[in-house]
Design a binder for this molecule. Structure first.
Ligand code: NAP
Length: 283
């Protein structure tokens, strides 16, 4: 019989409440896209719990303002900013080369959704896949020695329920032959992030690295800029940026179907802290 943890956290629970009592002193974290939306509150919570946080952002000025505000708010001066453009391999390489010492937490948070017209990165990859998956894949693999040096590092990939709308189409990732569909491209990128979590956990287990993919739930942020700024999710199911409970977390079984029972409590198999995870969903 399955042995579930039934979390008391709900959609309204804040990151502050969930992280109460956790001491991250001495831990070092990177939050990509930490200058906007969910990333800001992720960086804030990690800083509040004592971690040294680096906000990796393409708009460095905006990120510096966020870092200053978080430092003032939390009293933690160790909130840093570094330039990162995920669709530019040189930028990713420069970021990783500048990192020294262990890395305990890599939060692959930056993302774009539903770019309306087929847009290619400078390298010729569909932009959502290039940003959401390829850039983070490149970043994580370059930072692997730092993650391994942390002896128990965590990677969190921000996926989405959008992954349910489509798999990774390995034969035509960049929409050269099939018609471009903004949602299919988002779905593909978010499926890839889940597959990355599965693959990284399997391949890097001996280094003590565990990767999880989470669906943060529907939160009104600038993410929806390409679809008129509106969330399709009904208001009573939406969260805000300080709410923290992931509505789904995936590791081993990204293709299994989530529960349709709605936004109740999150049920997690007891192995959540280990390398053998499954698809978690609200009960
Ligand atoms: N909000 C939701 O309802 C929801 C639901 C499911 C999943 N998610 C996922 O949660 C994550 C965070 O989303 P959010 O809602 O907080 O969105 P957001 O407010 O738009 O933040 C996304 C961040 O990613 C950055 N970014 C985009 N492209 C980048 C690139 N090429 N290089 C570096 N940084 C880049 C953005 O930078 P700029 O500020 O410069 O644009 C921004 O800081 C995303 O992965 C998203 O897919 C969100």
């Amino acid at each position: 019989m399955r042995n579930f943890i039934v979390s008391a956290f709900t959609r309204e629970t804040t990151a502050d409440e969930v992280s109460k009592g956790i001491d991250l002193s001495g831990k070092r974290a990177i939050v990509t896209g930490g200058a906007s939306g969910i990333g800001v509150e992720t960086a804030r919570t990690l800083a509040r719990r004592g971690a040294s946080v680096t906000i990796a952002a393409r708009r460095v000025d905006a990120a510096q303002k966020v870092a200053d505000e978080i430092a003032a708010d939390t009293g933690n001066p160790n909130v840093h900013v570094a330039a990162l453009e995920l669709t530019d391999r040189k930028s990713v390489a420069d970021f990783a080369a500048a990192w020294s010492g262990p890395l305990h937490l890599l939060i692959n948070n930056a993302g774009v959704v539903a770019i309306q017209d087929l847009t290619l990165s400078a390298e010729g990859h569909e932009m959502q896949f290039a940003t959401n998956h390829l850039g983070h894949f490149d970043l994580a693999t370059r930072l692997h020695p730092a993650l391994a040096a942390a002896d128990g590092a965590r990677i969190v990939a921000l996926s989405s329920s959008g992954h349910l709308f489509g798999p990774v189409v390995f034969d035509d990732i960049d929409f050269r032959f099939r018609a471009y569909d903004p949602l299919a491209a988002y779905a593909q990128s978010k499926s890839a992030e889940i597959l990355f979590a599965v693959g990284a956990t399997q391949r890097w287990a001996a280094d003590g690295i565990v990767a999880n993919a989470v669906n943060p739930g529907a939160i009104a942020t600038p993410l929806q800029r390409h679809v008129g700024g509106k969330l399709a999710t009904p208001p009573h199911l939406q969260k805000n940026v300080t709410s923290t409970r992931a509505t789904q977390a995936c590791n081993r079984s990204p293709t299994s179907k989530p529960s349709r029972k709605g936004p109740g409590r999150l049920r997690l198999p007891r192995s959540v802290n280990g390398a053998s995870l499954e698809y978690f969903c609200p009960s």
